[in-house]
Design a protein around this ligand. Structure first.
Ligand code: MCN
Ligand code: CUN
Length: 790
């Protein structure tokens, strides 16, 4: 395995791909306020929808009276569960093969659940009219604490499912239980720790919404929608509504942040479509902030009982964990079908251990559905948090230095490709080099000395480390599908006669800068400057099929497709160049942007000249059709395994428990770096996410199931005041199986950072564990031996 250890900060050093820190092509429209979002879509005669939501967490619906709403002068349609039942649309499939109520018919199962939909002339009338709907509920006892969901006397939430007698969704395990138990039995040291990764929310700036427009003449449905996966959504709409797929167009225009929130199909989208069919006019529905926080895809909610086994010298032998996964009222998590706990089984992390086992039980509760959103790479966030907290607990037990303990157990470069004990094949890595770089950048020894001095003065300074390995780029279609749709991505490249190109990709950008980085990939492969390459995405009528953007799969899958399709065009260009120069294509050599005759670099044709000839009158060789274009479908042979080493320094106020993040050093390795500036932006955002989750964010409920986090006054996302100036570094270990060696990076920092922050706070206050979010109250209680109920 070759490892390129890049250390310089000069832009030239970080340019394995041409054009490096190219400014984002999409930014001129964003910074000038010229982005075009779903809510900017205005159509003639467009109507507006609003959703009536349940005030109760669990209740039987006795009656729904819509007469007053219907007589509102501006109301065009009122849709209830009964209306949808008549159309066979009251329930829809979720991405996890469960069913979810579009509008409740029998019961409501979480506070904020969709009960009715009003279509009116304007947004205000629609909101007024939902107040006029009279719903009679018969309250039922709710299941709020997942730890009681399987109690014998727990009410059955999903009595709509046949034969259902409890709230269990699935039991799933990975690893070798017997080998793990054996390793634990002979271990000298075993540390057990229960921890909760609380329910949090992606909370993108733009909430979810859509405009549905069914053309009554040609029967074509156009849906402008906040979706991270336009093609997958179109197929699902076709399957659910029985509409012919070629008569559905899903357009995902500019998206104001997704973070996983925009992967699922929400009832509001389906209601807007039905509204458009019933009213014969386009219908817009855009949720407000509270609706977004209370009813759309949450993240995490994993109750984990972890154990780590080691020798007294600090050699980690095994890890085992039991998880209780709170999936809410409908199992709406998005992950490859065969993996109900996502990729949680990467919980052995970055360490060379003998055995591992996890058992995950998913349960229903009376809370909003969802389950993997928020930059998670399919539950890798929970996995990284678990193992990195356990390693620190072990360090505490052994009185060992957490950096040394990690260094001693990290996988070594010669072990790659590494076959993990839970079934993964890590593609490449030089973990010790990355950790060493983090420690050097942070000045670890000096920080420990400073900490000792401060402690002597009664000050609480903490240093926290985390080392994570991610599994991104789902995925090989033999193992990975969503609802039977294989996770391979299509891609098309067309070079116009004048040498300008258009690249059509299936993935969808929500802010990651695909229009720039995908142009850079093609530019690197063909030598056409990136400004001459237009990247088209987010429109099912204009792009090839693919499963969309999540799990940082765009670069690993569609990025690979872009490189492959560019190479196909290059190969075709070679044949055409041979015909132009009347030489055998075998005698040609490639140099970025042109084919030249071996031994005579002046005899050459540029890609632009070749493009013109390909569209011209030149006699082409047998079997060459002309024009300069290609298509491909990329089916990745494996996932990519980006990784990183993070270090956080905090100061805790001994009197109030307030945590101040003083420094944060992050060294990431995402293989070949396409655009370092974009990567840094991704890492900055993810680190802020991590600080938010560690210190302030939680979707909390009272015991009746009232959501206590329905606004940004209560759901506390971090601001610039809560985060430090990030200190970034990088190493480059290319993926051996990706055409350009790139691994994903979009979620890395969110995955790796929460553990570093929590480890730092525990280090500061000398407590083994306290659950996130580490609000001042919780820290203070932990310092004084108390625990606050989650
Ligand atoms: N990149 C690069 N070199 C690499 C890897 C990536 O230059 N070796 C670039 C990519 O080309 C792309 C960006 O970094 O422009 C992120 O790439 P990638 O890691 O492939 O992730 P995706 O594009 O698939 O983005 C998804 C990921 C996820 S799953 C969440 S959640 C998340 C995230 O990205 N949501 C985001 N980052 C986000 N950033 C913004 N601004 N908004 C969101 O909603
Ligand atoms: Cu899991 S959040 Mo991102 O995969 O869209």
């Amino acid at each position: 395995m070759t490892t390129v250890q890049e250390t310089g900060s000069a832009p030239a050093d970080e340019r394995p791909i041409g054009y490096g820190r190219l400014k984002r092509k999409e930014d001129p429209r964003f910074v000038r306020g010229k982005g075009h979002y779903v809510d900017d879509v205005q159509l003639p005669g467009m109507l507006h929808g609003a959703v009536l939501r349940s005030p109760l967490a669990h209740a039987r619906i006795v009656s729904v009276d819509t007469s007053a709403a219907e007589s509102h002068p501006k109301v065009r349609a009122v849709i209830t569960g009964a209306t949808l039942e008549g159309l066979g649309l009251a329930w829809m499939p979720t991405l996890s093969m469960d069913t979810q109520a579009v509008l409740a018919t029998d019961k409501v199962r979480f506070q904020g659940q969709e009960v009715a939909f009003v279509v009116a002339d304007d947004h205000y009338a629609a909101r007024d009219a939902i107040e006029l709907i009279d719903v009679e509920y018969e309250p039922l006892p709710p299941v709020i604490d997942a730890r009681h969901a399987l109690d014998a006397d727990a009410p059955v939430i999903r009595d709509d499912l046949e034969g259902r007698t409890d709230n269990r969704i699935f039991d799933w395990e990975a690893g070798d239980r017997a080998a793990t138990d054996e390793a634990f039995a002979r271990a000298e040291v075993v540390v057990a720790q229960t921890m909760l990764y609380p329910r949090v929310h992606p909370a993108p700036l733009e909430t979810c919404g859509c405009v549905a427009d069914l053309d009554p003449v040609d029967g074509k449905l156009t849906l402008w929608s906040t979706t991270q996966a336009p093609h997958a959504h179109r197929t699902l709409y076709a399957m659910v509504a029985g509409l012919p797929e070629h008569k559905i167009r899903v357009v995902s225009p500019d998206i104001g942040g997704g973070f996983g929130n925009k992967v699922p199909i929400y009832p509001g989208y389906v209601c807007a479509i039905v509204g458009s069919i019933l009213a014969g006019k386009p219908v817009k529905w855009v949720e407000d902030r509270s609706e977004n926080l209370m009813s759309t895809g949450f993240a995490r909610d994993y109750h984990m009982d972890g154990e780590i086994a080691a020798t007294r010298e600090g050699r980690i032998l095994a890890i085992r964990v039991k998880v209780l996964a709170d999936h809410g009222a409908f199992n709406g998590t998005a992950q490859p079908s065969k993996f109900p706990a996502g990729f949680f089984h990467v919980f052995t992390g970055s360490y060379d251990i003998e055995a591992a086992h996890c058992a995950v039980t998913g349960v229903y509760t009376d809370k909003a559905p969802g389950g993997v959103a928020y930059a998670c790479s399919f539950r890798v966030t929970e996995a990284a948090y678990l193992v990195e907290r356990l390693v620190d607990c072990l360090a505490d037990e052994l009185k060992a230095d957490p950096a040394e303990l990690r260094m001693k157990n990290l996988l070594r470069p010669e072990q790659f490709p590494y076959h993990s004990k839970t079934g993964w094949e890590y593609d490449s890595g030089d973990y010790p080099a990355t950790l060493r770089k983090t420690l050097d950048l942070a000045g670890y020894d000096a920080l420990r000395r400073e900490q000792a001095e401060r402690r002597a003065r009664g000050e609480l300074m903490g240093i926290g480390l985390s080392f994570f390995t991610e599994t991104v780029g789902a995925g090989p279609r033999r193992h990975m599908d969503i609802l039977g749709l294989g996770m391979a991505d299509g891609c098309e490249l067309r070079v116009h006669p004048t040498g300008k190109a258009v690249l059509r990709i299936s993935v969808q950008s929500q802010g990651q800068g695909h229009e720039t980085t995908f142009a850079q990939i093609v530019a690197e492969e063909l030598g056409i400057p990136p400004e001459d390459i237009d990247v088209v995405h987010g429109d099912t009528d204009r792009t090839p099929f693919g499963l969309g953007t999540y799990g940082s799969r765009s670069t690993p899958v569609s990025g690979a497709a872009a490189a492959v399709v560019a190479r196909k065009v290059r190969d075709k260009a070679r044949i055409i160049a041979g015909a132009m120069m009347e030489v055998s294509p075998d005698d040609l050599e490639w140099e970025k942007g042109r084919w030249f005759v071996q031994g005579d670099p002046t005899a050459a044709k540029t890609i632009q000249e070749i493009a013109l000839a390909a569209h011209g009158v030149l006699e082409l060789p047998e079997g060459v059709e002309g024009h300069l274009d290609a298509t491909t479908v990329y089916n990745p042979p494996n996932l990519t395994f980006p990784y990183g080493a993070y270090l956080c320094v905090v100061d805790v106020d001994p009197g109030t428990g307030v945590v101040k993040v003083r420094r944060f050093v992050a060294v990431d390795d995402c293989g070949t770096r396409i655009n370092p500036m974009i990567i840094e932006g991704q890492v900055h955002g993810g680190l802020a996410d991590g600080v938010g989750m560690a210190l302030s964010e939680i979707i909390a409920f009272d015991e009746d199931g009232n959501c206590l986090s329905g606004s940004f006054m209560d759901y506390l996302v971090p601001t610039a005041l809560e985060v430090p100036a990030w200190e970034l570094g990088y190493t480059v270990t290319p993926s051996p199986h990706h055409p350009i060696g790139a691994k994903g990076v979009g979620e890395s920092a969110t995955v790796g950072s929460p553990a570093a922050v929590v480890n730092a706070v525990m280090d500061a206050i000398g407590v083994r564990h306290a659950d996130m979010p580490l609000t001042p109250g919780r820290v203070w209680l932990a310092m004084h031996g108390g625990v606050e109920a989650p």
